[in-house]
Design a binder for this molecule. Structure first.
Ligand code: DQA
Length: 146
């Protein structure tokens, strides 16, 4: 199966954007990390990043039959009902990832429109969170006999 890994706005600048918060790894590093983690669990990955809400919705729709979704929607996490609705229509588990611990930051980062429909929410583990998310999807798919 294929695990979709979706990154939202400003995550294309990982490595140079606020490195004291988001670390030194680039998006390409993160996507490679995901590819390896998925490969070890017997899955492929389809990685997408966009700064545009509509493009992210299109990606969710296109990939909706994936084995699962790993999503870091960046600031759209806290604002986008449309992305939440798109993710409500996918078939597999959705795991929400944040590199930083959003709950230890500004209050506007405490609300997530995605969390209520997510199987799990991982925040503050750095980019390792993406690997935990992939392992969680793999475990659930295997549990379900997939
Ligand atoms: C983020 C947290 C969001 O609040 C922020 O807007 C981001 C990155 C994270 O990975 O920690 O862009 O999703």
């Amino acid at each position: 199966g294929v695990i979709a890994v979706l990154n939202g706005p400003n995550l294309n600048l990982l490595g140079e954007r606020e490195p004291h918060i988001y670390g030194a790894e680039t998006l390409a590093d993160v996507q490679e990390r995901c590819r390896r983690a998925a490969d070890a669990a017997g899955f492929a990955v389809e990685c997408r990043q966009s700064n545009h809400e509509g493009a992210l919705i299109d990606a969710v729709q296109e990939l909706r039959h994936s084995a699962g979704f790993v999503v870091n929607l960046g600031a759209y996490t806290h604002t986008s009902i449309a992305l939440r609705d798109a993710l409500a229509a996918v078939s597999g588990p959705v795991i929400e990832v944040h590199i930083s611990n959003v709950h230890a930051r500004e209050s506007f980062r405490h609300l997530s429109y995605v969390a209520p429909l997510a199987t799990a929410v991982i925040a503050g583990c750095g980019t390792l969170g993406y690997e935990f998310a992939i392992a969680t999807i793999a475990a659930r798919v295997h549990l379900a006999g997939g």
